[in-house]
Design a protein. Structure first.
Length: 281
């Protein structure tokens, strides 16, 4: 359920974009309680979570490929690739432009799944708060595994409090030594039992488990599974970045992104392909 600590009435979700309605509904029907200082704080988290879903879907269709660190690639106009496979922002490049390029010229990029999650979160912050704040807070970007900028303020989430937009982890404890990169899959919870994993796409969680199980040691009886390892941004901290810059303290402190409204995705089931609209507008 949702609780507003200032004692005000909970606003109606009617009129919100579908993704925000879905997240609002998940909060309200959860056995856990989700407390917010006021309706603006709630609105900010709904919008940022929705933009995480938008960004996950955008990355899934960008053309960016999965690769190991040793084989990672990037656009040299924006990034310097280190010998370890990390991407360091080139001098004079705006951080928001460099992140946006990954989605616009995805065919030039390849990286592993943890880096993909950080990229998704960065784009969501840009879409929610704008280039100026992102460029200020993330002036010296390096993309490499979970070596994210500390300003991202990631925190652990209790499994019973998982919501769409959280980052989850599917673990494969008996991974084959021939394919060590299949030891697990970082994924965005997209709602409705669907997840985005880089290199896997937007699929039901069961399909990620099947894919991991194909890469176990021969004879293993230990299945891959969805772990209790869940992380999410610290939304109140991120909101605090905006409030000092608000010309009108009563205004909603975020901007809208509707680029992916009514996005049609295809889901492969055996030899058939099912098409459906993913409700993340």
């Amino acid at each position: 359920m949702i609780i507003l600590l200032d004692g005000s009435a909970l606003p109606s979700p009617i009129g919100l974009p579908p993704a925000e309605q879905m997240i609002f509904g998940a909060m309200q029907t959860s056995p856990a309680s989700f407390s917010f200082a006021n309706s603006d704080s709630l609105a900010f988290e709904l919008r940022l979570r929705a933009n995480i879903l938008h960004s996950a879907q955008a990355l899934s269709t960008s053309g960016a490929r999965f690769s190991t660190f040793a084989e990672s690639t990037s656009n040299p106009m924006y990034w310097n690739r280190t010998p370890k496979g990390a991407f360091e922002l080139r001098p004079g490049v705006a951080p928001a432009d460099a992140i946006r390029d990954i989605f616009q010229q995805g065919a030039l990029y390849s990286f592993e799944c943890a880096t993909a999650m950080v990229i998704v979160l960065y784009r969501a912050i840009i879409e929610t708060m704008g280039d100026a704040i992102f460029n200020e807070k993330f002036a010296n970007l390096t993309l490499y595994d979970w070596n994210y900028d500390r300003d991202l303020n990631l925190q652990r989430v209790a499994p019973e409090r998982v919501l769409p937009g959280d980052i989850v982890y599917f673990t494969n404890p008996d991974v084959s030594p021939l394919t060590p990169w299949w030891i697990g899959e970082n994924a965005v919870d997209m709602g409705g039992g669907y997840y985005f994993g880089h290199g896997v796409g937007i699929v039901p969680g069961e399909e990620i488990i099947v894919a991991l199980n194909r890469n176990r040691v021969p004879g293993s009886m230990i299945s891959a599974s969805l772990s209790d390892n869940v992380i999410a941004p610290n939304y109140p901290v991120l909101l605090s970045w905006i409030r000092p810059n608000m010309a009108n303290p009563g205004a909603l402190p975020y901007r809208s992104s509707h680029l992916l409204r009514d996005s049609l995705i295809s889901i492969h089931v055996g030899s058939a392909t099912e098409y459906r609209f993913l409700p993340i507008a």
